[in-house]
Design a binder for this molecule. Sequence first.
Ligand SMILES: [Zn+2]
Ligand SMILES: [Zn+2]
Length: 147
Amino acid sequence: MAAARPHHIARRLLEMERGVALCDACLALTCGTSLTAMRSVTEALVRSGGEFERTTPCESGRRTVPSPRHTAETTKCSQCRLPCEAGDGGVLIEGERFHARCLLSVITDETIRLSRSLSERSRELIEQSRRRLRRTGYSWMPLDSGP
Ligand SMILES: [Zn+2]
Ligand SMILES: [Zn+2]
């Protein structure tokens, strides 16, 4: 297949830059292929099932075009499954990422069932946080100030 090589490079690149969106034009430039060729490569990547998605803007050229990125597990909130964006980077617990607000609701609402994907270790950490919260209140929470 003629597109095998750019396909391979583009995939590697997006896997290395997890969570970073790179548009077809930037990828084509990096992989030394044409924009048309790269477009079909990224189409295939996005369609291949779950691992890649399109988002805007491109984080390299800042062009507001749909740009593929690797949907790294760690960029998604373990509670609500929505991506944590640059402005709301969330809180990382043992490789599990949470929006600050989601973590707060996980910790404060005992009735919320923890995500099944959470490791035992993460459940333990959250249990610890709950105990600490009961003792010390909310002030320790690493909430970002801002809108
Ligand atoms: Zn770009
Ligand atoms: Zn969330």
